[in-house]
Design a protein. Structure first.
Length: 166
């Protein structure tokens, strides 16, 4: 039976690694974005959480979008995409702390569905004679909605890899 794999649409291969964490080195990168031209601008701060550790003898550099719950000596499983410089973690499970961390897959997919449906409704109900730029905006916003739906199922695929029996 053939199953749908969102990772194929992204052109990325999800993989999992598991083992005991040794030599944990935590870093937090702070990115500050501010428009210096506008006095009323709001300073936006984003964080990237990086963990460097050995996982059963294999060096790993894992980047997380949210704070993670990993300590020295914990048995963890990580699921994500290996890049040249680091392992981009989509989901992880800390078996020692009984904690699973990831973005909510169903909330991401639901947000994409609402976004795509709202865009379609506005386009087909409110715009009587679409111009070329309105068609372009529709395609872009509808594409963002579809991307969010597929991203949600990509996260679910990563979580399912963690729950596979070994």
């Amino acid at each position: 039976m053939m199953t749908f794999k969102p990772s194929g649409l992204f052109g990325q291969k999800l993989s999992t690694h598991s083992g005991v964490v040794h030599g944990l080195n935590n870093t937090v990168e702070e990115h500050i974005v501010q428009n210096t031209q506008d006095v009323r601008s709001i300073i936006q701060t984003t964080h990237t959480y990086t963990a460097q550790f050995q996982l059963d003898g294999h060096p790993m550099v894992a980047k997380f979008k949210d704070p993670y719950q990993i300590n020295e000596g914990d048995y963890i499983q990580v699921s994500g995409v290996q890049t040249a410089a680091y392992f981009d973690v989509v989901a992880y499970r800390n078996d020692t702390l009984q904690y699973t961390g990831s973005t909510s897959w169903w909330a991401t997919a639901l947000a994409g569905l609402v976004f795509a449906c709202a865009t379609g409704f506005i386009y087909f109900q409110k715009i009587t004679t679409p111009k070329w730029y309105e068609n372009g905006f529709f395609l872009i916003f509808f594409g963002v909605g579809i991307f969010l739906i597929v991203r949600g199922f990509f996260i679910k695929e990563a979580l399912d890899l963690l729950n596979k029996p070994k």
